[in-house]
Write a protein that binds this ligand. Structure first.
Ligand code: G3P
Length: 285
């Protein structure tokens, strides 16, 4: 499974890229707002054009999703073409993020504007990440329209299910993949958890041979990352905080403490001698 960083913070992109495991970056208007506000609070002026330029260069080898802001088909299409034309030449790594349904109310007349714009952008050869997916049928339509990535929001579906439960949860709490039982399992039209949503998206796209990759988004803890992988998601996008916890286990730390403590001088000297003599092994100097 590919690991993307879900952040517009330049420092986080730099650090995650330096780990050597970063496969991509996703942003959205809320993440950009967070990055801009934190700089403004530090008294910095933000030239967003230049900032995004730097971010794309920093993530040069991996795709970066930039999101449109319009709600009508023509706006979304124009914005997608603009974002791609403006920013893709910097490092050839821009994917345009389009909401599967940009309507601001259930009785809006623009429920298909996202899908129409996805089709128009994909027809121009612009890679599209279809976002704000909360049902497998949304994923199906986004993929049929030509999105190369579809992004189910696992954590937010869990939030939606939790809202039906009387207990108090923190949004980062683990949500059981096979559903939360309160007498009966809570469900949203047949979906019992965000991970269930991810798995159903994977299964449906595979069933019909649709090329889009499923990107599990809105993941907030390491256990969900594992379950997204087991559900077959091709990509998981993670906040930096979750990436930084992925390798942490108390027994790994305890093991390291033991190994470090048990290094006998004879063993340590092996490495010292290698260093002193200079080694023929490349890079050991
Ligand atoms: O990629 C989508 C993500 O940024 C949403 O995360 O935790 O706000 O639901 P969250």
């Amino acid at each position: 499974m590919k690991i993307f960083l879900d952040s517009a913070e330049l420092e986080e992109v730099e650090l995650a890229a330096s780990y050597g495991i970063l496969d991509g970056v996703t942003t959205n208007p809320s993440l950009i707002k967070k990055a801009v506000s934190s700089r403004q609070q530090r008294g910095e002026d933000v030239d967003l054009q230049a900032y995004l330029h730097k971010l794309l260069e920093t993530a040069a080898d991996v795709p970066v999703s930039l999101e449109v802001i319009g709600t009508r088909r023509e706006e979304i299409e124009k914005e997608g073409i603009f974002l791609f034309g403006q920013f893709n030449p910097i490092a050839d790594n821009v994917t345009i993020k389009v909401p599967v349904n940009p309507a601001l109310s259930e009785d809006g007349d623009n429920h298909y504007a996202g899908v129409e714009a996805i089709k128009a952008l994909a027809d121009r050869g612009i890679p599209v990440n279809c976002t704000l997916v909360f049902t497998p049928e949304q994923a199906l339509l986004g993929a049929k329209a030509g999105a190369s990535i579809v992004s189910p929001f696992a954590g937010r579906l869990d939030d939606y299910l939790r809202e039906q439960n009387k207990q108090i949860f923190d949004k980062k709490d683990y949500f059981p993949a096979d559903g939360l039982k309160q007498g009966d399992v809570l469900d949203d039209n047949g979906l019992v958890s965000g991970i269930d949503l991810v798995g159903q998206c994977v299964d449906i796209l595979a069933e019909f041979g649709l090329a889009a990759e499923v990107l599990a988004a809105s993941l907030r803890n390491t256990r969900q990352v594992r379950e997204a992988a087991l559900a077959g998601a091709q990509i998981a996008t993670l906040p930096f905080e979750v990436i930084s916890r992925l390798l942490v286990h108390p027994k790994t730390i305890e093991g390291m403490q033991g190994f470090t403590r048990d290094v006998v001088p004879e063993y340590a000297r092996l490495f010292e001698e290698k260093k002193e003599k200079g080694s023929r092994i490349q890079g050991f100097e």
